[in-house]
Design a binder for this molecule. Structure first.
Ligand code: NCD
Length: 305
């Protein structure tokens, strides 16, 4: 049984196959409209979500399948104290595949322990978010034409931002990648990720000012300061506006740089930037549905996909 808990559960070849399939679906969605007929996706979301849950659900519906699930721990038996493992053992008699989001790091992995159907991690605490990464990779590949030979800047909350951790883990496997890590000292990339980069001799630099490094970037990945992961509100308030991408900073960037953001945005990108052709975050959100369609088809081993 194949699960997707973190990007390294997929080889670069498998990721390439998923992105290729997503491209084919974008070109001809009608050809896939019946591929998951009578199949059910369960979305078990114990944390807030807009894009991830709705794009998963839209993906399954567009494949001709159905969706069950809950959006909030309060409306599930978790509120009564049920373990994730017991929930999965139950849900697998009703569904063919599960997407789970949970505030605890490692929870998606725990969900796989007794699972007989594919489990997809839709975000586990401040740890990983592999389907956002597939979305990011599809967006970068569509817009830049490659996943190799690039300087990728990541800016904001690099400590708690799970999308950051997954994106680094996935892109470091391609040739010629260099990272510029822009964060306040309190929100640096966690050591386990930096150690990975060091072990594989991947070039990276930690910097504290976006203005200083934006001109070197091919991709700028902005992130929100993850309010819900802070232990005290004062720290959050002090750090939340550390970086605000505005038109002045965009003027320092290359004409072919692209700006991505997993969304939701709070303050970190001024709305005026949205009209710059390099601002690609809403395009990115749109592609999330197609890459999830491709992932569902692959994990369910649907014939001919
Ligand atoms: C991200 C998440 O949930 O980690 N959102 C998303 O899935 N697109 C990013 C965030 O919440 O900041």
């Amino acid at each position: 049984m194949k699960h997707l808990i973190e990007p390294s559960d997929l080889t670069p070849q498998e990721i390439g196959d998923i992105l290729d399939l997503a491209d084919k679906i974008v070109e001809n969605p009608d050809a896939y409209a019946e591929k998951c007929r009578r199949k059910k996706l369960a979305t078990l979301f114990y944390e807030p979500s807009t894009r991830t849950r709705l794009s998963f659900e839209a993906a399954m519906i567009e494949l001709g399948g159905n969706v069950i699930g809950f959006a909030g721990a309060d409306s599930s038996s978790a509120a009564k104290g049920e373990s994730i493992m017991d929930t999965i053992r139950t849900v697998q008699s009703y569904a063919d595949i599960v997407a789970i989001r949970h505030p605890k790091e490692g929870s998606a992995k725990v969900a796989t322990l007794k699972a007989e159907i594919p489990i997809i991690n839709a975000g586990d605490g401040g740890h990983q978010h592999p389907t956002q990464t597939l979305t990011d990779l599809l967006t970068i590949r569509s817009l830049k034409g490659r996943l190799t030979d690039m300087t990728i800047g990541l800016c904001g909350d690099l400590m708690f931002g799970r999308t950051v951790h997954s994106l680094i883990r996935a892109t470091m496997r391609y040739k010629g990648i260099r990272f510029l890590l822009v964060s306040p000292p309190e929100l640096r990339v966690p050591d386990y990720i930096l150690e990975d980069l060091q072990r594989h001799n991947i070039p990276y630099q930690e910097v504290d000012r976006l203005e200083k490094s934006i001109g070197e970037m091919d991709v700028l990945y902005m992130t929100r300061v993850q309010k819900e992961r802070f232990f005290n509100e004062e720290d959050y308030i002090r750090l939340r506006d550390s970086y605000i991408l505005d038109l002045d900073k965009m003027a320092l960037a290359r004409p072919d740089m692209i700006v991505l953001h997993p969304l939701p945005r709070v303050n970190e990108i001024e709305v005026a930037v949205d009209d710059d052709p390099r601002a690609c975050y809403f395009k990115q959100a749109r592609l999330g549905k197609y890459v999830r369609m491709a992932l569902i088809l692959k994990l369910l081993e649907v014939e001919g996909c």
